[in-house]
Design a protein around this ligand. Sequence first.
Ligand SMILES: Cc1cc2nc3c(=O)[nH]c(=O)nc-3n(C[C@H](O)[C@H](O)[C@H](O)COP(=O)(O)O)c2cc1C
Length: 214
Amino acid sequence: MRDELRLLKSLTGPFPAFEADLTPDEPRDLFSAWLRDAIEADIMEPHTMVLSTIDENGAPDARVLILKNLDRRGWHFATTGRGPKGRQIAANPSVSLTFYWPQLGRQVRLRGMAFQAEAHERYADFRARATGAKAVALTGRQSEVLGSSQELHDELALQHRRLQEEPDLVAPGWALFIVMPHEVEFWQGDAERRHQRLRYRREKAGWLKERLWP
Ligand SMILES: Cc1cc2nc3c(=O)[nH]c(=O)nc-3n(C[C@H](O)[C@H](O)[C@H](O)COP(=O)(O)O)c2cc1C
């Protein structure tokens, strides 16, 4: 495997130029610009990100999620609040988010605190989901051990029937989390390995911007 890996190329570029001195005061504005660049560059699923949490033993846990929104409060994602990540966040709201847009050589890392959106926002998020996604969420059993495919099939058929009868159902415990960062780092790769890094840190007076060694 080592030889196969050595043959693979990484960060070949060319990548967009990045002027750290010409960046906005708020990391949200730079993030929005980078996400729009990723959408325009046709990067597959540019709104996917890794959410890292800490479990009850202090061990890290991580998984891929979809970014649902971005506003002045922070970065939003939706999930069942009753699975492992929901329980982990309830016990310890410190989380991180990681984005990577390979064709642009760009990574963004956020560290911050996750909190729940208002109930009406959670309901609206759930109601906007596709029927199949609603049915899976209504089982309320994400990350539990599955006995058999038949068990899943029967449970989903049951939830589809429930949704036909009550289309406005919302899965109990459905959660819309918002991550409010205290640190956001933008990493612009360079084919010559002169990568550029810009970190925003939240201070009382506003955001402090610092460049970091690659
Ligand atoms: C591309 C992709 C997008 C995903 N989006 C979500 C999502 O938005 N919400 C979610 O709960 N799980 C999503 N998942 C599944 C999670 O990665 C994970 O398997 C699940 O949430 C269970 O995580 P947990 O056991 O740590 O709670 C996605 C997985 C992939 C690969």
